[in-house]
Design a protein around this ligand. Structure first.
Ligand SMILES: [Mg+2]
Length: 281
């Protein structure tokens, strides 16, 4: 049974939950603002979209008059940063937009990490939702993999002096990004592009539904005190399930009543039209 009196923190998906494209879903946003002002709940904001920097999300959320701090934004760019630190990587071939590259370069400046294509030095290929993806970037990634991870053969003769295998990670698994033009390509197709070229597959895929994104929230609250709020069953509900916390399904985005009727997994803890209706249940 969903018990709102036990909740202290909500981890909110953005698109389809608090926003529809650029526009705030007003009743849901008003509920968040009131709850912050009265000190009733803490909020965290969850997105898989690594084409944007955390600063851009802060601007978007603050633009809807919601008070927000950097530590409340949960994006797989944070997980990628932590992964690079944990592994001690110093040379990363990053497939990302210029602004995301600048963001990570600044965040990891203290660790001396370089984000340049260097077949002798690169220890990691990191794929983000790169909206400035080019054929050259894809060819660099596959040739780096060929040089370091594929045994020499007549088909693949090029080797570097450095024979240490290169690691490969992707920030999230989404196949498509919802847009006003309907679904447009996200990172899933980019991963497939690489895989069908030479078989390269990521060792790790961060983002929803991986529970790693909720770690900072679970460090501060017990699972019973947390709920994930979102509009997608296969990402938002999956991360809630994988983290052992309640899922609040909103019908303001992708999931419809029909989808819920057909859904064969455990049902959401609670389903509401828009997030603010959670108080009426
Ligand atoms: Mg959503």
């Amino acid at each position: 049974m969903f018990d709102i009196t036990k909740k202290k923190a909500f981890v909110c998906d953005l698109d389809g939950t608090l926003f529809m494209g650029p526009d705030p879903i007003k009743p849901a946003v008003d509920f968040v603002i009131e709850s912050i002002n009265s000190g009733r709940f803490s909020f965290f904001y969850l997105t898989n979209n690594t084409s944007k920097t955390p600063d851009e999300y802060i601007k978007k959320i603050a633009g809807a008059n919601i008070p927000v701090k950097p530590e409340q934004i949960l994006t797989p760019l944070i997980t990628l940063e932590a992964y690079i630190r944990e592994k001690g990587y110093k040379s990363v071939y990053l497939l990302a937009s210029e602004k995301v590259t600048a963001h990570l370069t600044e965040r990891l400046a203290d660790a001396g990490v370089k984000f340049e294509y260097n077949p002798e030095e690169n220890e990691l290929i990191a794929l983000t939702y790169d909206k400035e993806l080019t054929y050259e970037k894809l060819a660099n990634a596959t040739s780096l993999w060929n040089m370091r991870n594929v045994p020499a053969s007549p088909m693949c003769p090029i080797r570097t002096a450095n024979q240490t295998p290169v690691d490969f990670v992707a920030t999230h698994p989404d196949n498509c990004c919802p847009s006003e033009r309907g679904p447009i390509p996200d990172i899933g197709g980019m991963m497939k592009f690489l895989e069908i070229t030479n078989g390269m597959k990521p060792s790790n895929v961060f983002g929803k539904p991986s529970p790693t994104l909720l770690k900072t929230v679970l460090d501060r609250f017990t699972p019973e005190q947390i709920a994930v709020v979102g509009d997608r069953l296969y990402t938002d509900k999956a991360i809630a399930d994988n983290s052992g916390v309640d899922f609040v399904c909103v019908l303001s985005g992708e999931t419809t009543v029909d989808d819920l009727a057909k859904y064969t997994g455990t049902p959401p803890a609670i389903t509401v039209e828009t997030f603010n209706k959670i108080d009426e249940k």
